[in-house]
Design a protein around this ligand. Sequence first.
Ligand SMILES: Nc1nc2c(c(=O)[nH]1)N[C@H]1C(S)=C(S)[C@@H](COP(=O)(O)OP(=O)(O)OC[C@H]3O[C@@H](n4cnc5c(=O)[nH]c(N)nc54)[C@H](O)[C@@H]3O)O[C@H]1N2
Ligand SMILES: Nc1nc2c(c(=O)[nH]1)N[C@H]1C(S)=C(S)[C@@H](COP(=O)(O)OP(=O)(O)OC[C@H]3O[C@@H](n4cnc5c(=O)[nH]c(N)nc54)[C@H](O)[C@@H]3O)O[C@H]1N2
Ligand SMILES: [Mo]
Length: 759
Amino acid sequence: MASKPPKSDPVQDAPQVAEPKHAAAGLTAIGHSLRMAQAQMGVKRTALTLLNVNQKKGFDCPGCAWPEPEHRHTAEFCENGAKAVAEEATLRRVTPAFFAEHSVADLATRSGYWLGQQGRLTHPVYLPEGGEHYEPVTWERAFDIVAEEITALDSPDEALFYTSGRTSNEAAFLYQLFARELGTNNLPDCSNMCHESSGSALSETIGVGKGSVLLEDLYKSDLIIVAGQNPGTNHPRMLSALEKAKANGAKVISVNPLPEAGLERFKNPQTPKGLTTGASLTDLFLQIRLGGDQALFRLLNKLILETEGAVDESFVSEHTHGFEEFAKAAREADWDETLTATGLSREDIEATLRMVLASERTIVCWAMGLTQHKHSVPTIREVVNFLLLRGNIGRPGAGVCPVRGHSNVQGDRTMGIFERPDPAFLDAMEKEFGFAMPREHGYDVVRGIRALRDGAAKVFFAMGGNFVSASPDTEVTEAAMRRARLTVHVSTKLNRSHAVTGARALILPTLGRTERDTQAGGDQFVTVEDSMGMVHSSRGRLDPASRHLLSEPAIVCRLARRVLGEKSTVPWEEFERDYGAIRDRIGRVVPGFEDFNARVAHPGGFTLPHAPRDERRFPTATGKANFTAAPVEFPELPEGRLLLQTLRSHDQYNTTIYGLDDRYRGIKNGRRVVLVNPSDARDLDVLDGSYVDLVGEWSDGVERRAPGFRVVYYPTARGCAAAYYPETNVLVPLDATADTSNTPASKSVVVRLEQSTAG
Ligand SMILES: Nc1nc2c(c(=O)[nH]1)N[C@H]1C(S)=C(S)[C@@H](COP(=O)(O)OP(=O)(O)OC[C@H]3O[C@@H](n4cnc5c(=O)[nH]c(N)nc54)[C@H](O)[C@@H]3O)O[C@H]1N2
Ligand SMILES: Nc1nc2c(c(=O)[nH]1)N[C@H]1C(S)=C(S)[C@@H](COP(=O)(O)OP(=O)(O)OC[C@H]3O[C@@H](n4cnc5c(=O)[nH]c(N)nc54)[C@H](O)[C@@H]3O)O[C@H]1N2
Ligand SMILES: [Mo]
């Protein structure tokens, strides 16, 4: 039997703290995930769904974008994948009766955890202007309402079309087609808050905004540097790949302000041996200060340059551009400055250098620890410099590996979900569909919030996600949303964005990955692209959560027909009927997808081409891989302050909170905790177990406060603190973003701790 959702809220946040764990996964993890899954789905459904995750004929795990290995285990999922599936396949339901009982004002007082625990949305619902409750609405009326508001706009650029990264390739392609036929490039997406810095840095330097390694490359590598990433929690299946790489002789360096359990030790739940032993994955742990990575890689580059024979001269002369200017800047790297920026010792860096020089094939993997700083783009460019120096791009076992988050975030971008589309993509779209595409750049997330705030955007439409909670500067974002004429969310589950609405609001419930998708043309499947450019199909088997749900592609098709009417030249009905017809068009528009339907029919799918990886061809402006030479930056920390990173606990998926524990970090039953180095805490005179307010300090002088956090003494790097997102998004200023990529700098927020008034 599945259990009922929690009745009371706010959920008691009473953190208990124990010693952090040194090992990740293993039997405990499986037991833990099964318990969570059974509470949501019951025993039988748990078995049925979990056996289908990531199997060749099953559905793609909505957990993360890590690729599936060629030889799959019967249970090719991890603890967090199981939680993500349980969250979607839950038997709990949010029906019209629920909305009759709970007003929008009531929902706005609830925690994200409570909202998510209520279950799957079953009916389209509408909040009329001045209304207090959502009420059931027909799909026809819902589309009429969107059409009314869009038609009333002075320009299509007053509408925003947000995407979260779970949307399939098919739905994403249709969605951008609709926005562009309407006449706007306003397609902000979660990538803007996530790996945008990686895309910006990589397109400029290697000519392709995606990673250059395949799973096989990890297995062939000599050295894997994992910087700014917590795979034990966020990409658990990556640990199996690291384990295999190590068995083949690879070394692993982890660069992180926190000692993360998965990287210390890992017990592979899929091998009997792993259950008991648990090997240490990390050979060298560099406990770096937040934002110190650019300085670290710059100094390593200087040291490589100074080592006889260490530079791959022939690669550099044949394939790269800008070496001289870069080398000049790198030679100026300063030891003292680097030690200050990184908090590392000379010995740490010398040990790293020895491992780097001993490696013929090096990979650097990274995630949010590198992308969410003001200087993230130059940081990632410095990583590219580092790899280029020794010819580590376009060689087996070597390369750049940005590890993506959402399971199809990379595919959505490939399908054209981008506010600054490539002109070549628009040309191909025009050729295929026969009408002019808008060319002016649209709004990204941060610019979109400003547009709503300033009244320049009036309609907000979201294909999935939880915009209000995921975005920075919660108060500013919420006020901006409330100014909209209409907010629309295509969602599977309830979240805070449904409670912070424009004058009118709609919730459009949709199918999840695990569910059968039947259209007039029969049962459909969709496709996704993982973090390594592998495209494959995903087919759900469960009965839909309610018979009133529409699939995402169907929603876009019906919406487009209603909004664009006779004017549209796109065969929306045909697309809704048969997703194969959508794939035919994708095949003609998007490079690498030729013959899409035939190739995706292959079990396991196919790999997209990647010029730098496949042929050492770099499609940049110079036609070569570009070295770059930006000044070294690192966050400044005023006296008596801490640098706060906002990160994920073990029991959450972004803004979806599965539970209140962060098991590997030893925290239970609460999320309002701030991890502080004991020496810093003593200097600041705060005691372990005491309660503080986190007060943000930013150049605009506005006071941003997150009240009532329990102090936890934790072995993080000096001067650095950590607390969970989204509770701390209130502290991230809207204007504090990364240069070039405009990604909110949510990993380096200057805060002071004040004795809590909230206690
Ligand atoms: N279970 C689960 N899985 C997920 C998600 C989830 O919420 N839950 N989210 C998905 C998504 S969308 C994403 S983008 C990924 C996120 O995956 P991660 O990037 O692993 O997520 P974060 O929790 O933000 O962790 C950031 C890590 O970087 C470190 N770090 C922070 N700042 C710095 C720095 O300046 N330098 C260095 N070297 N390290 C730093 C932190 O200590 C932490 O280990 O995970 C995806 N998978
Ligand atoms: N401070 C701070 N802020 C951050 C981050 C951080 O590290 N620190 N990380 C950033 C990152 S990396 C990301 S990716 C963003 C995440 O931003 P989002 O992607 O917007 O947020 P999620 O929490 O993943 O969205 C969860 C919601 O998606 C809906 N959903 C789930 N599955 C489906 C589906 O199949 N279809 C549809 N239509 N809806 C579905 C459910 O209603 C659920 O409530 O947050 C960013 N914000
Ligand atoms: Mo992400």
